[in-house]
Design a protein around this ligand. Structure first.
Ligand SMILES: Nc1ncnc2c1ncn2[C@@H]1O[C@H](COP(=O)(O)OP(=O)(O)OP(=O)(O)O)[C@@H](O)[C@H]1O
Ligand SMILES: [Mg+2]
Length: 308
């Protein structure tokens, strides 16, 4: 990466929301993050620490209270087709067929762009082209025969595959996934993990994947971000969440499935759990595991040692 020019750059990002009495509460505290194209970033952290908020900022659905979110050096203003999002549920329109769900984004975009310009025949032709494209995605997700079905007729895993196809057809540069497999049973989840790795390799996207499952995070991610409100500074307990862990996962990427059962995996999971997720273990900011080559260090351990 050209260090002055990462694809995505969160710079000194603070997010505050007003509490009931109107006083602002810091949710994200000075987040700095540089991301290269093609990374598979998994995000873990205690419930309520701000993972979904972080995704909304990258989507451009919200702006930070302070600081900036830059894509190719330019501030994000609103969501656009460069960034797709998949949620645990509710990513699909229940009243639309699988086919209509998948072409929805393309249709809406064309409608907005060409309304009043294209003759009805040309519009129909365009729609047919979208459907042909969608069929290719249906085949890719193993649901070639499900075009006319409705979401309620599909299993949870099938629905999530359609939701992923709905995003992929827009060819986003960044795919944001907020606990996408959280509601699936174990076997379907394992199958979907392999599926998303395959899609990631084929589409050469950058993925942000939020999960509560630490094994899933370490297995899927080439880089794991641990976001947590449980830490301390010299001044005492921290306010709002910081990136307390930022590291490259061992075992290459994508990893062989037996990595899931390795000693390395269980040590990593144990370490994240105790360092990032435990309210009783307030790690000091100088001890954060920020070993990823692009991780931003507020405190350099050597300098800190020298100052003592
Ligand atoms: N629009 C908002 N107004 C006020 N507070 C908000 C708003 N959105 C989020 N919050 C608060 O910000 C904090 C972080 O929420 P967020 O949903 O990002 O957490 P999360 O890490 O995704 O949690 P979970 O793991 O439960 O999904 C929570 O305390 C939440 O109540
Ligand atoms: Mg969330």
């Amino acid at each position: 990466m050209n260090d002055t020019n990462p694809m995505l750059h969160l710079e000194d990002v603070y997010m505050r929301y007003p509490s009931r009495d109107g006083t602002p509460i810091t949710i994200l505290n000075d987040i700095d993050l540089k991301v290269r194209q093609g990374e598979f970033i998994t995000v873990v952290g205690p419930s309520g620490c701000g993972k979904s908020t972080l995704l909304r900022l990258i989507l451009g659905a919200e702006s930070p209270t302070e600081g900036a979110v830059l894509l190719d050096g330019k501030k994000l203003d609103a969501p656009n087709r460069n960034r797709g999002i998949v949620f645990q549920k509710y990513s699909l329109f229940p009243h639309l067929s699988v086919m209509d769900n998948i072409v929805f984004g393309l249709d809406a975009e064309a409608h907005g762009m060409f309304l009043g310009w294209l003759k009805p025949g040309q519009m129909r032709q365009r729609r047919r082209a979208f459907r042909d494209q969608a069929q290719v995605y249906l085949e890719r997700i193993g649901l070639a025969d499900a075009a006319d079905k409705y979401p309620h007729e599909l299993s949870g895993g099938m629905r999530q595959r359609v939701a992923i196809a709905q995003s992929l057809i827009m060819k986003p540069r960044i795919l944001l996934m907020d606990e996408p497999f959280g509601a699936l049973d174990h076997a379907t989840r394992t199958e979907m993990q392999l599926f998303i790795l395959e899609q990631w390799e084929q589409a050469e996207m950058t993925i942000f994947f939020v999960t509560h499952d630490l094994e899933e995070a370490c297995f899927l991610g080439s880089r794991v971000l641990v976001l947590s409100q449980y830490y301390q500074t010299d001044a005492g307990r921290g306010q709002g969440a910081k990136i307390v862990g930022d590291f490259a996962t061992p075992g290459g990427h994508p990893k062989p499935t037996d990595f899931l059962y390795s000693e390395e995996m269980s040590q990593l999971v144990h370490r994240i759990r105790s360092e990032g997720l435990s309210p009783d273990n307030l790690q000091h900011i100088r001890d954060f595991n920020l070993t990823h080559r692009d991780a931003f260090r507020t405190v350099n351990p050597e300098e800190w040692q020298r100052e003592q």
